[in-house]
Write a protein that binds this ligand. Structure first.
Ligand SMILES: [Zn+2]
Length: 203
């Protein structure tokens, strides 16, 4: 697998910036993890560091903060063009957020194994998960939410995705309610569903 890894000089420059963010975090009493999100041209869009201790929040990893920011603020096409540079390989929690947010690529410095070698307490404990169970009961809210005709994706008050396209989503939901014009509403519904909601973000 090593042969397939392509990290360019430009990648290394941005990785060094992520490492510098991690180093700065240490100087202000936070954990030593830093990340940034860069656009297609390599311009930095946003930087974050780990504030788990400061915020008393186990989810305050920089990678997850950036993924949440991208999901809120970027159109799907723009998010797909971004690259996350991070001082350590994203943990399983952040990896989930990164996948849901539709980022294009992640470049990391230390691997998870290397980090554990340096700090064994970084290893993730396992948690027992028992299931599946109660299928007939548990499927009821699922079936209700996803049944045809349920207004689960088009509520105008619900942020659908990036700022620029939220207007379309709200408008399409209003149109759907007002006209009941099935063909048009399905066409409008399909745009966000195909590009993001039903696919990458999996609501
Ligand atoms: Zn994480």
């Amino acid at each position: 697998m090593e042969d397939s890894i392509v990290i360019t000089q430009a990648d290394q420059a941005l990785l060094r910036r992520a490492i510098a963010i991690a180093a700065h975090a240490v100087t202000i009493g936070d954990a030593p993890y830093g990340s940034l999100l860069a656009d297609e041209s390599g311009s930095i869009l946003i930087e974050e560091h780990n504030t788990v201790r400061r915020d008393n929040d186990i989810t305050a990893h920089p990678e997850l903060k950036l993924a949440r920011w991208a999901a809120r603020e970027l159109a799907p096409e723009a998010a797909a063009q971004t690259t996350m540079y991070t001082s350590c390989q994203p943990c399983p929690m952040c990896t989930g957020g990164i996948v849901r947010s539709g980022l294009g690529r992640v470049v990391y410095a230390l691997s998870a194994d290397q980090l554990i070698e340096l700090n064994p307490s970084s290893a993730w404990p396992t948690v027992t998960q028992d299931g599946p169970a109660l299928f007939d009961e548990a499927r009821v809210p699922i079936d209700e939410y996803y049944r045809p005709g349920h207004d689960n994706l088009l509520s105008p008050s619900r942020p659908c995705y990036g700022r620029g396209t939220r207007v379309l989503c709200g408008f399409s939901g209003l149109l759907y309610r007002l006209t009941g014009w099935t063909w048009l509403s399905l066409r409008l519904r399909w745009i966000p569903a195909r590009s993001r909601l039903a696919g990458v973000r999996g609501f």
